[in-house]
Design a protein around this ligand. Structure first.
Ligand code: BGC
Length: 360
């Protein structure tokens, strides 16, 4: 009996909870540790953020492969990077902080030059979510009131993180009581070599996309879906990230490197591979699958060393990459893009998985 219980626990992994400090207004923040046979992931209620993900390399050496801090204070002091957070209500940019819905114009905080970024000045990344344990993980819930950051409708978001052996799965479920727009994603910064190992420029990456969305200088899509063929945006075959990052190419110059949305093959709602990353030195790999139509590959171009790892390593330019599965930036202003509109009575479900393996 005892033996079979232990075996069952090993197969299903474990979830434990601990206190992780308080926000300035006194709200308690908890941190959950999800453990499987191969991965340990810590997730906290502040911003529904992934705080760490530990996996082994080809020699069995364990390292944390996402940028983060060891205390809540680190996260409270950093309003720039969105480390590990669920960003919302609208991941990425909305042009001029404005969109029209049902004939009405809505105004959002302009917190990125002329544009609104990642849900506004106080987005979902800075709010404390409610958590409960579910089989193999946790579910975090946030209620964002009608008018929050200028968006219409009271939105209820449930984000589930579950760990299945080497796969961390994220399920998003969102409902509203008024017509609104929603685009949630996770903003983890991966460095498969482990924090402190160097930049991601030597890592090899594949993105399953034939097109990307070119932008203006404020990183707002022009509306065009451009072919990656023959450009530095072509990651259809595994390509070393640093190979073309400094090429004389308009999109790279505008963003200071890679910070663009790729148009994934397949349809919205269908589970498909989005990207695959391989750190040649350690053998660690990451595979991203999603039901979303796009992925923002952000090569950590604005990291400037101001913020540091728990060990004191500066989080400098290109020391990590984000693969933010998403609807396209500024979709509310582009009727030709897959819609981000959500109506009462509908439930928006999307799913993304991060799977870690070793390739020798
Ligand atoms: C955006 C970048 C931004 C970064 C951190 C990414 O999702 O595409 O432009 O600098 O988030 O805020």
């Amino acid at each position: 009996m005892l033996l079979s219980m232990t075996t069952a626990m090993a197969a299903h992994g474990s979830v434990t909870k601990a206190a992780f400090g308080k926000t300035p207004n006194g709200t308690e923040v908890d941190i959950y540790t999800l453990k499987s046979d191969t991965v340990e992931a810590r997730i906290m209620t502040y911003g529904a953020r992934i705080v760490s993900i530990k996996t082994a390399d080809k020699n069995g050496k364990i390292a944390d492969v996402v940028l983060g801090y060891d205390s809540l204070d680190g996260y409270l002091a950093d309003k720039k990077t969105y480390f590990g957070a669920v960003v919302g209500r609208y991941g990425n940019r909305i042009a001029h902080g404005e969109f029209k819905l049902d004939g009405k114009t809505y105004h959002l905080p302009k917190n990125n030059g002329e544009n609104s970024l990642h849900g506004g000045t106080v987005g979902f990344d800075q709010l404390v979510w409610k958590a409960r344990e579910v089989p193999e993980g946790i579910e975090l819930t946030l209620v964002s009131k009608d008018g929050d950051q200028g968006y219409p409708g009271t939105v209820t978001a449930h984000v589930r993180y579950t760990l299945h052996h080497n796969a961390l799965r994220i399920d998003y479920n969102v409902t509203t009581d008024k017509d609104t727009v929603v685009n949630l994603t996770n903003h983890s910064y991966f460095n498969l070599g482990g924090i402190g190992s160097g930049t991601i420029l030597d890592e090899e990456m594949m993105i399953a996309a034939d097109k990307y969305t070119p932008t203006d200088s404020g990183l707002i899509p022009t509306g065009e879906l451009a072919a990656v063929d023959g450009t530095p945006m072509d990651f259809r075959k595994p390509t070393v990230i640093g190979k073309h990052i400094h090429d004389d190419f308009q999109a790279l110059k505008l963003a200071g490197g890679y910070d663009h949305n790729w148009v994934l093959r397949g349809s919205t709602g269908e589970v498909k591979t989005a990207a695959h990353v391989h750190d040649l030195a350690t053998g660690r790999t990451l595979t991203v699958t999603t039901t979303e139509p796009g992925v923002q590959f952000y090569a950590g171009v604005s990291l400037d060393g101001t913020f540091k790892s728990p060990g004191g390593w500066p989080y400098a330019k290109n020391t990590a990459l984000c693969l933010e599965t998403q609807h396209f930036p500024d979709s509310p202003n582009h009727p030709s893009f897959p819609t981000t509109e959500l109506k009462p009575g509908e439930a928006r479900h999307s799913m993304t998985t991060f799977t870690f393996s070793v390739q020798k």
